[in-house]
Design a protein around this ligand. Structure first.
Ligand SMILES: *Cc1c(COP(=O)(O)O)cnc(C)c1O
Length: 360
């Protein structure tokens, strides 16, 4: 059988091998229950224990207080683009958005469709989203401020989050969820599709500050109502049981690594290694400005599209897969999520140096 490769896919993405092994070990007969989690009632004590443990681990890793609640929802981050305005937009108080690329635009277009009052207070679109906007004004009367903490496609990442005062800060953290330490108290709500940095596809993590729950109007679709899912401990309907279980294992894996600071330390090392390699040559051209560089999705171009295609094909042969840029922008993208070992980035950098040498 083919060996496991270094998987730089943007999502679904690489997971820690130890998580996969634990899941395999427990697959057929979970802890002597005589069945797998895939077959178990979501109303069973065992499953509710798994869900509660996963939620508790999410809070523990980043130090979220009991002012916050973890929800496990479905529909991906895309469902949250609609859920956020449906639940949290307040009449007479505009919803604020910062446009840093494709995902932010999709979030904005849902707000628009729903007919809520909204304002895009900053955008880097005129610079092809090569940086995170630095100047914007936050209306203190706003319902919320929505940002995309990491742009998976363009390779930009907020280095310091906006200070939004009493305006709840909402972040789509799908592609950099728990890649580094942040102050949980800054946020009103965080959401992330799990399939990039936290688990498998099909489960969305939402962390919401309790005081925002009463905002959810009763007349919105139940499946998108935060307050309904909060009251039912994410068990209003059948959740993605297996996905929640894997997210729990990934959180335990972070704790086993020594916690979020250790994971961040390795992530910084990985990103630095790759950016340093590009900064010492004009063969690999980073597509984003230095002050907005993402640690998670690192995007770059080669001197020609022909060379890019050759690079991607030869990388694949060298067991370095998933490096093709998003279809909307082209180029190369290396996604260095938490589970990508330093060794994988060392192998990539080694390959890049050799490829450059023989292509010049
Ligand atoms: C992938 C991604 C999404 C879309 O997530 P789905 O789970 O596929 O809906 C949204 N936002 C960001 C930042 C992403 O990276």
């Amino acid at each position: 059988m083919k060996e496991r490769v270094f998987n730089f896919n943007p999502g679904p993405a690489t997971l820690p091998v130890s998580v996969l092994e634990a899941a395999k070990e427990e697959m057929i007969n979970y802890h002597g229950e005589g069945m797998s989690i895939l077959e178990m009632s979501h109303r069973s004590k065992t499953f509710e224990g798994i869900l509660n443990d996963a939620a508790a681990s999410i809070k523990k890793v980043m130090g979220f207080s009991d002012n916050y609640l973890v929800l496990f929802l479905q529909g991906g981050a895309t469902a949250q683009f609609a859920a956020v305005p449906l639940n949290l937009a307040v009449k007479g108080k505009p919803a604020l958005y910062i446009n840093t690329g494709s995902w932010a635009k999709k979030a904005i277009s849902e707000a628009k469709k729903l007919g809520i009052e909204y304002k895009v207070i900053a955008s880097s679109e005129s610079d092809n989203f090569s940086h995170i906007p630095k100047s914007y004004e936050i209306d203190p009367n706003a319902s919320y401020l929505h940002i995309t903490s990491n742009n998976t496609i363009f390779g930009t990442q907020w280095q310091a989050y906006p200070k939004s005062g009493n305006v709840p800060l909402i972040a789509d953290m799908s592609s950099d969820f728990y890649c580094r330490r942040f102050d949980p108290n800054l946020f009103g709500l965080i959401y992330a599709g799990a399939q990039k940095n936290a688990g498998p596809a099909g489960v969305t993590i939402v962390i919401i500050r309790n005081d925002l729950l009463p905002r959810s109007p009763e007349n919105i679709p139940t499946i998108l109502n935060y307050n309904v899912f909060a009251k039912d401990n994410s068990l209003y309907n059948t959740p993605n049981c297996f996905g929640i279980y894997i997210v729990g294992l990934v959180m335990k894996w972070i704790l086993d690594q020594g916690g979020i600071d250790k994971v961040e330390e390795v992530n910084k090392k990985k990103a630095k290694l790759l950016y340093d390699t590009m900064d010492t040559t004009d063969f690999y051209l980073p597509t984003v400005q230095k002050d907005s560089r993402s640690m998670m999705n690192i995007t770059f171009r080669l001197p020609s599209e022909e060379l890019e295609n050759k690079f991607l094909a030869e990388a694949k042969e060298a067991q370095l897969v998933g490096l093709k840029g998003h279809r909307s922008v082209g180029g190369v993208r290396a996604s260095l999520y938490n589970a990508m070992p330093l060794k994988g980035v060392e192998a990539l950098v080694d390959f890049m140096k050799k490829f450059e040498k023989k292509s010049r």
